[in-house]
Design a protein around this ligand. Structure first.
Ligand code: AMP
Length: 179
């Protein structure tokens, strides 16, 4: 059984519903179990065209899927949730990335590009902040620094604000084990 951490983002449509969709679909995927999830954050878009604010979060999974199968599964979920890939770094209904898969270091070009750890995770506050909710003392496999240390050193100054998800959506707590 491996442990993987995923990043969640959405800035089109019902963003909270996209979070619930991602958590429940991942939890119901054979060979996957959601073992933790972060708070949600409302964040300023970084890069790309002018676009609405994102909701960002992080998900901890125990999985028997290989990294390639997990990538295929998250792309399938993005697609099912209406994701199109028209604009690079453009707005999206659901974005899921694999941040870490155990301490695996990987750079595959085929059949699908897959880089682990995710190459941009350490310079994005909207990724590091939710990841730190899950385990701030976990060490990045190649940088040798904990996520908490990476967050403190993160040069990204874009806004990452707590999103009051449960008070905005009473009775809609995700039906999986909490972090
Ligand atoms: P995005 O538009 O952010 O969803 O990026 C998706 C593209 O990045 C796809 O072509 C993936 O094959 C590739 N990719 C490379 N490494 C990763 C990763 N760790 N997690 C998710 N997608 C990745």
């Amino acid at each position: 059984m491996s442990q993987a951490y995923l990043a969640f983002g959405a800035n089109l449509g019902d963003r909270f519903q996209a979070w619930m969709f991602a958590l429940s679909q991942l939890h119901n995927t054979p060979g996957c179990k959601v073992v933790g999830y972060s708070h949600l954050y409302e964040t300023e878009p970084v890069g790309g065209p002018e676009q609405p604010m994102f909701l960002n979060g992080a998900i901890a999974l125990e999985t028997e899927l290989s990294p390639e199968s997990l990538l295929r599964r998250i792309q399938e979920l993005e697609h099912q949730h209406g994701r199109t890939r028209d604009v690079h770094w453009g707005p999206r209904t659901l974005d899921l990335d694999i941040l870490l898969y155990d301490d695996l270091v990987l750079n595959l070009e085929a059949p699908l590009p897959l880089v682990l750890p995710h190459p941009r995770m350490n310079d994005r506050r909207f990724v590091l902040q939710p990841l730190c909710d899950l385990a701030s003392d976990h060490k990045h496999p190649t940088l040798g620094r904990t996520w908490g240390e990476l967050l403190l050193a993160c040069p990204d100054t874009s806004s990452v604000l707590p999103y009051r998800e449960l008070s905005s959506h009473p009775g809609h707590e995700p039906n999986v084990t909490s972090s």
